[in-house]
Design a protein around this ligand. Sequence first.
Ligand SMILES: [Zn+2]
Length: 516
Amino acid sequence: MEAAAVGLTTITARDLEAHVNFLASDVTAGRGTGQPGLQVAAEYIATQFHRLGLEPIGTDNSYFQKFELLKTRLTDNIGLVMIEKGADGWSREKFQYNEDFFVSPHGLTGSTETQAPIVFAGYGITAPNYDWDDYADADVERKAVLIIDGQPEIPGSDYFTGEAETHVGDVMEKVITARENGASAIVIAFNPRSEMLFSDRMKRWERWLTQDAMALPSPISPAPVFFINKRTANRLLSVLGKSLMQIQEEVETGISGSTILPGTNLLFSVELEKETVVTQNVVGYLSGTDPELNKEGIIFSAHYDHLGVDKEGTIWYGADDNGTGTSAILEIADAITSNPKRAKRSFLFLAIAGEEKGLLGSNYYTNHPLIPLEQTITNLNIDMIGRNAADSIYIIGSNMISQELHDMNEAAAGYLNNLGLNYRYNTLDDPNRFYYRSDHYNFAKRGIPVIFYFAGVHEDYHQPTDTRDKINFDKMERVAKLVYLTGWGMANRGGNIGEQNLNSEFQPEIPFHIKY
Ligand SMILES: [Zn+2]
């Protein structure tokens, strides 16, 4: 660790505080992707990279890796119509938008108008570990799939006891599963057991549903997601002669499973307004000294975007989320460039945009990598490290792909001896699904060993009150030092560590969690 000792002293709470103070100020205005405040933050980060002598390897040899995003907004032209074959031909029943149903704009890249048969598929859960598969007998390819929100409740069951949530009841997981099965629309029936009213849920999701959504451009728009109330669900299921509550019970007791709704089609249309915006990740590179090993790289990443400023002018500062992580990679860059010796392997410092819009910047980066992915041996991702317990940090993902990375991080923590490593969320089964919820996930999906450094959520999480006065800069210093030492250690290991340690078996295909 001797060569790393000089750098270690340059990481200070005071420097971190200075960075956070700027990044979470009125000038950067919440750093919303697509908003001017994010550009200010990008210039600040690029200036620091320049000052430290990092190489600009982005677009046109700049510090910016530019990319296009589609900014989308739902129009009022949203339709959901049941078409039913009766004795005297087809009849239509139109449901009321924003009353009988609402729709999510997230992830959509184009307008849709389609008619499709409807398949009821229970809870829409495929969970081999839980011995449950609603798609076992369901063909939903090019069909509208109707599923119940939440998860089964089965007294005496090993998993679905009704007492604790599991990750398989998560909306996002179900949407992904339905899309993977080829559904053309996903219709989620409000769970009749919910203690909340449908209208209250709509209200609670209002901000998330009405804000501008963003997506990476793609020629095919994914299946839209409709949330329907109980009455609408009952109307659709009436062709089976059953109510939603009846069929829910039948699914849970195994009496009935997935089934097509006979003689019924769903006509659905979603019209989007679209606008292309250009944004950027901020990238700074430092080459290693070993003529062979310097082809391999370690990526320090942190998203620098947050929720921006809303229509009322309220700034969502995002001091912890993720002013802290962004500041930490600036300090780590400072430390690494302060060392008298360079490392064997190369480093990439990556400040990521569009995380809050669905891990978009890391998705773009991993499709357009600046160090080939096969030579990217580690991604250390920092997202929210300034709050909660002063002397411990959650470590997520460290041993999932490479034991060597896990051991290195433990060794670094042992060397520092002032920060506890908490593995509570280091599991794929946690209902919070943190492993899927920040940018490291796009690297992990491609088999790159990752660690997600995270101090946990708090009452100011995704609120305008996530401000700089609440940050524990001493804690940040300890975490930044840990990340620095782990990265430095990985950069100086002998041999080809990339090849030996990848566990190719591990390829979970479940992306981010939408933050409601
Ligand atoms: Zn974050």
